[in-house]
Each structure stands twice: as C-alpha cells, then as structure tokens.
Design a binder for this molecule. Sequence first.
Ligand code: ZN
Ligand code: ZN
Length: 257
Amino acid sequence: MSRSICVACAGRIVLQSREASVRRLTNQLSSNRTRYPAMYRLISGLSLCASCLEKLPVIGAAICWQCGREQETEELCQDCHKLTEETLQSNRSLLRYNQWGKDLLSMYKYRGEERLAVLYAKLLAIAVLRYHQVTSFDCIAPVPLHDQRLQERGFNQVDLLAGRLGAEMGVPVRALLHRTKRTAKLSQQTGRSAREESMDGAFSWAGERLGQAKAGSYRILLLDDIYTTGSTLRSCARTIREHAGSLCDIYSVTIYR
Ligand SMILES: [Zn+2]
Ligand SMILES: [Zn+2]
C-alpha cells in the first residue's frame, strides 16, 4: 500500500506523510467518538495521496437540512423553501462540485475506471456514516439510466457504486426503478422548472418486492452521483412512494452537491 498510486493525480501515496490529513479529516467527519474507528478505516482506505486528500472539497458543518447544500446557517435553503412536497426526506452529499470533482467524475463516467469506482463508493460510505445510522437502511436503490443510454455507455456508473456501497454497509441493493423517459442532459436544459417538468414521470416501478422492514417503516437510500436541482431524485422518490405507499422513508445520498 505504501507504494500505491493516487487515483486522482497518479502520484505516489506515502502513508506516513498523509497520516495527519487522514486524522484531521476523520475528526472533522466523525460527530462522536463511536464513529471514529469506522470513519478512520474508510478515510485511510481512500486511494488518494496527501495533497489530494487535503484538496477534497468536503462540505462543512452548516448545511440546508433538506438538500445538504453547504451554507452559512443551518436552515432551509432558498430552493428548498419553494418545494411543495417532501417525498424525499433529505439529501446528503459529501463534496462540493468544483472543477477537481468535475474532472474526476467525467473520468469515471466515461471511462469507468474500476479504481475510481472503489474511491467513489468509499466516499459515499463516508457520507452515509457522517449523516446517518448506517445499519438502519433496509435497502439501497440506485437511480437507473435509460436503456438507450446504458447501451451507449456500456455500464451504469451508479449501479456499480451501489453494489460496492451495499457491500461496504452490509445493506442489500434493490433495482426498484426503471427509467422510462430519455431526458436531455442537464446542461442542455434551461431553467429549474424545465428540469423539474422533464423529470416528471421519468421513472416507473421495476416490480421488485420490498421485503420486510427492519423497523416500523421501510427505509430506502436512493443513490446518485450528483444532486444538482434534485429533480431526478424527487421524481424517483415520488414513483417509489406511489408504489410502496406511505410506510416508507426515502432518503438520498450523492457524492457531489
Ligand atoms: Zn493525488
Ligand atoms: Zn436546500
């Protein structure tokens, strides 16, 4: 491991020189002492060198409690104030989406490098551990790609992450949804309401049975790579709610916000 290579910059990882960064980050992200060992294990397992670890744009302590956006104070952000429904209980993300993240994500999405899948699944596990009781989820449901896009790309990058995250958390992955509408890329859509409209009814129930809930309600963790306007995740949550009824709580986690 001491001679392994950083997946972000291809520099050499020298364990001793990054130990201080690992500890600093672990302290920052563990809300209490009982979480520290699991958090330390995840962070020290990241295949990033000391300087890339330092560069990780981790979202700070004050966030919008609905969408997980970093802000000055802990209250609803402007966008979430306008929401008229709360089908999605909350979204949490680990990183701000800056240029570094953009480059790394496109490397993953279009080349599908296995090593980046490992990194991203660990980053997602860190986000879940930071904000939730990991063991309380009944299943992880990845946001599906449209069949046509799946064919073009050859793989669904979110499915790949879901499998690894599920193994990391010990939670089963269920393909609850099917994408019925092929929507334009986010960059080609203008305006928030256009995005919301185009995502409406974009998913259908894939027919998976939910099974037995651990506690009173069935807790579902939706998974996507990025939360931009949240319209994709809200559309997924609506479809799940329509089929699974009110006895389920739907949360989401993404790498970037
Ligand atoms: Zn690096
Ligand atoms: Zn918000």
